[in-house]
Design a protein around this ligand. Structure first.
Ligand SMILES: [Zn+2]
Length: 310
C-alpha cells in the first residue's frame, strides 16, 4: 500500500502489521520488494499479482509439507479444502487417508488433471475467496494452502475468510518459501520476485498475520524435502556451469519435478515408481554433500505452520 506522507514523500504501509518503515530488498521491473522494519515481512510495491496465465506453465511437485500434514492430522471423515490444489497431488493423498476433499486453484490446465484423478470431488477454478463466497454453507475441519500466501495480493484477507470457514478447532496449514534458504547465497531466484511472489515471510510476520485472522499457530517447522534438494543441485549447476544454463531443464531438474505415480495403477505404475527411485541414486551423493557442508543452514527451504481457530 502506498500513501503520500506530509512532505509529499511516498510512504509504504506493511500489509500485515501496518508499519511504515521499510528498506528496499529487491527490484524487478516496475516492482520493488520492501522489507518491513517492524515485522520482517517482505512485500511488493505495488501489491499486484501476475495474471493467472503465468501459472499455466508452473510445475507442481510433491512437497515435504504434504507428508508432514498427512502424518500429523488424522483425516477420517473430516472435510478438507486444498487451496492452490494444482494437479491434485495433495488432494489425492488426503483422500487416501480418509479426508472428504475439496480443491480450488486458478490454474485451469492443472485442474483438468486434478479432475481426471478425482472425478467425484468438487474442484473449482478461481480465487479461494471467491470459492468460499460461492459456498457460504461449507465448513472445513482443515484448510491447506501450500506455497499460496506469497502469491496473494491480500494474504490477510485470504486468511480471515478461510478462518470463517473453519469448524471450531479447525486447522489451517500453510507453507511459504524460507527467506533464509541456503541457495539465496547464490543470488536472487528469478521466481522469488514480484509479480510472481508478492511477499516474503518469516515466523514473526506469519504469527502477526495469523493473529489478525483470529488464528493461533500451534505447530511450526522449517524443513527441506528431497525434491527441493535436487532442485537446488540443478540451480547450482545452472549457475556454475554456463553451458547448462542453455538447458533450462537439466536431468536433475526433471528428476526434482517428478510427482509420484498418483493416477497410474497396476504393474505399469509400480514399474514407473521403481524406475523413478533408481533415478534418484546418482543424485544422492550431491545431496549428501549439500547436507554435510551445511548448505542448508540456517534452515529449511520452506516454512510450515499449522494454526487453529481461536
Ligand atoms: Zn510489517
Amino acid at each position: 500500500m502506498s500513501l503520500r506522507g506530509k512532505a509529499g514523500k511516498e510512504m509504504n504501509i506493511c500489509p500485515v502489521c501496518g508499519g511504515s518503515e521499510s528498506s528496499v530488498a529487491a527490484r524487478a521491473g516496475a516492482y520493488e520488494m520492501l522489507n518491513c522494519a517492524n515485522c520482517g515481512l517482505g512485500y511488493s510495491e505495488p501489491m499486484r499479482a501476475a495474471p493467472s496465465s503465468r501459472y499455466n506453465v508452473t510445475d507442481y511437485f510433491a512437497r515435504w509439507e504434504f507428508a508432514r500434514f498427512i502424518g500429523r492430522i488424522p483425516g477420517k471423515g473430516r472435510k478438507l479444502l486444498d487451496v492452490g490444489c494444482g494437479k491434485g497431488i495433495f488432494l489425492k493423498m488426503a483422500e487416501r487417508v480418509g479426508y472428504d476433499v475439496y480443491g480450488v486453484d486458478f490454474n485451469g490446465p492443472a485442474l483438468k488433471t486434478a479432475r481426471q484423478k478425482l472425478p467425484a470431488v468438487m474442484i473449482e477454478e478461481g480465487k479461494a475467496e471467491d470459492f468460499l463466497k460461492r459456498h457460504p454453507e461449507l465448513r472445513f475441519d482443515a484448510i491447506t494452502a501450500f506455497h499460496v500466501l506469497e502469491h496473494l495480493e491480500d494474504p490477510a484477507g485470504f486468511l480471515i475468510s478461510s478462518a470463517r470457514h473453519l469448524t471450531r478447532g479447525g486447522m489451517l496449514a500453510v507453507s511459504v518459501p524460507n527467506p533464509l534458504r541456503w541457495q539465496l547465497k547464490y543470488g536472487t531466484e528469478e521466481w522469488d520476485v514480484p509479480p510472481h511472489h508478492l511477499t516474503r515471510w518469516n515466523f514473526n510476520s506469519l504469527n502477526t498475520v495469523f493473529d489478525k485472522a483470529g488464528l493461533k499457530i500451534v505447530f511450526s517447522s522449517a524443513e527441506t524435502g528431497f525434491g527441493n534438494d535436487l532442485a537446488y543441485v540443478h540451480a547450482v549447476l545452472n549457475r556454475s556451469w554456463g553451458i547448462l544454463s542453455k538447458f533450462k531443464r537439466t536431468p536433475v531438474y526433471n528428476l526434482s519435478q517428478k510427482t509420484g505415480t498418483a493416477g497410474v495403477s497396476g504393474v505399469i505404475g509400480k514399474a514407473a515408481g521403481i524406475k523413478r527411485k533408481l533415478m534418484y541414486i546418482p543424485a544422492v551423493p550431491a545431496v549428501l554433500i549439500a547436507k554435510m557442508t551445511g548448505w542448508h543452514a540456517p534452515g529449511g527451504v520452506s516454512l510450515y505452520v499449522e494454526a487453529v481457530k481461536r
